[in-house]
Every structure is written in structure tokens, then in C-alpha cells.
Design a protein around this ligand. Structure first.
Ligand code: FES
Length: 137
């Protein structure tokens, strides 16, 4: 089966908006890849107990996703930038994530360490869609 593309003008798109899912290995005409990356369904929101974190793979990127007690979701790189600690096993509150190995803390707002002198963690956008956990890397 062959696929043809129309020469008709495409509807304008807004960067960061979802316009549908193109077939694997293709880019749908008129779509714009979000500047922040590609969204991946990594699991179900219920896979992450309230107040805890879990490790997932989003595309080729290992991430740690947290569901805080207020229901909010946060995602970061899986390995701590200090010495590779498993951030998914860390403690968190609405303000910071604390690595379980040496207790360095990182702000959710920008990933910066609260004590300085250490590299920041990468923060990834995460949201829930019909019960699915979606991380953009
Ligand atoms: S490995 Fe995370 S604080 Fe040392």
C-alpha cells in the first residue's frame, strides 16, 4: 500500500501542541515537533504510589517519576548527577527531591541543587492522560 501526500495547504499548527501521532518513522505534514521533546507513555499513573517515585524508560531515556501526596506529578533523570544514586528511591515534597545516597536535594522548580556546588538534575515535563503517565524527553 502506498501513501500519498496532498499538496493542499496544511492547517497552521502551534509549537508544543499535539496534532496526532504520525506512523512510525514518518513525520506527518503540518506537524511541529514540540520544542521540549517527544512525549512517551511510560506506564499508568497508578504504577506510582502516592508519595513515592518509580523508574521508567521514556524513549531511550531513563527517568524517575514521582506522584506527590497532593497528586501532582514530577519527573527527573533517573541517576543523580552527584554519583549516580537512584533518584526514584529518593524522598520528596512539593519543593525538593532528596537523593537517597548522599542526601543532596534538588529543587523541582528548576532542578538546581539546594546546597550549591553540584550539577543540577534534569527536569522533564510529565502529565496524566486518561490514566496514562506521559513523560516528554
Ligand atoms: S549520588 Fe545522589 S547525592 Fe550522591
Amino acid at each position: 500500500m502506498s501513501v500519498t501526500h496532498s499538496d493542499a495547504p496544511q492547517a497552521p499548527t502551534t509549537p508544543g501542541t499535539e496534532t496526532g501521532t504520525p506512523a512510525a518513522g514518518t513525520t506527518a505534514p503540518g506537524t511541529v515537533e514540540a520544542p521540549s521533546g517527544t512525549a512517551h507513555v511510560v506506564g499508568r499513573v497508578d504504577d506510582v504510589p502516592l508519595g513515592e517515585g518509580r523508574a521508567f524508560v521514556a524513549g531511550n531515556t531513563q527517568v524517575a517519576v514521582f506522584r506527590l501526596r497532593d497528586g501532582s506529578l514530577h519527573a527527573t533523570q533517573a541517576a543523580c548527577p552527584h554519583a549516580g544514586g537512584p533518584l526514584a528511591d529518593g524522598q520528596t515534597d512539593p519543593r525538593v527531591l532528596v537523593c537517597p545516597l548522599h542526601l543532596y536535594a534538588y529543587r523541582w522548580s528548576d532542578g538546581a541543587p539546594t546546597s550549591g556546588g553540584n550539577a543540577p538534575v534534569r527536569i522533564y515535563p510529565v502529565h496524566e492522560a486518561d490514566g496514562a503517565l506521559v513523560v516528554t524527553v
